[in-house]
Write a new protein. Structure first.
Length: 171
């Protein structure tokens, strides 16, 4: 194999014994990484058999660099449905956690969460929580041309109605 041809490097495999769904793949070739994100129901890939979001990075040679599932005692992220690379060079992800849309911003070199935002409907309670679904629409404007502030833009479904939100990243 020549130095310029890597046809034997890929495909690579990652996953458990049940279902893994890859929702997005990001090219971070400027820092030598490919980031993959989605969700799993494999208890041998995440800590339990229910849905858990995951993200991992491999280098351009196919070597594992880091991998995360997103769960703690109080907040489980069940899916990552979309992602994008922002102008700061970070990975921005849209998904679902505790039945509401979430936005995460990750450091692509380490996988550490830099920002975490939940999008709850004002006035909702545990018994009157609306139904949500997220897909791939996420964008991080790091310098708005009108006010110079940073915003996340996300689109999701709430109660069968398309919602488009603009969230100041300082909030």
């Amino acid at each position: 194999m020549s130095d310029t041809c890597k046809e034997k490097t890929f495909p690579i495999s990652s996953g458990g014994k049940k279902d893994e769904k890859v929702s997005c793949t990001m090219d971070f070739s400027d820092i030598g990484l490919i980031i993959v994100a989605g969700n799993t129901t494999s208890e041998d890939y995440a800590p339990a058999a229910n849905d858990h979001a995951f993200a991992y990075a491999v280098d351009l040679e196919g070597n594992w660099r880091w991998g995360n599932f997103f769960y703690n005692v109080s907040f489980a992220v069940s899916t990552i449905s979309g992602c994008s690379k922002d102008a700061n060079g970070n990975a921005v992800m849209l998904g679902m956690g505790n039945s509401v849309p979430i936005i995460m911003e990750l450091n692509p070199l380490t996988g550490l969460v830099l920002k975490f935002v939940t999008l709850d409907k004002i006035g909702s309670t545990a018994t009157s929580l609306p139904w949500y679904a997220t897909y791939g629409a996420i964008y991080h404007d790091v310098n708005d041309e009108d006010d110079g502030l940073a915003y996340y833009y996300a689109a999701f479904i709430m109660e069968d109605i398309l919602q488009i939100v603009k969230v100041n990243t300082a909030d």
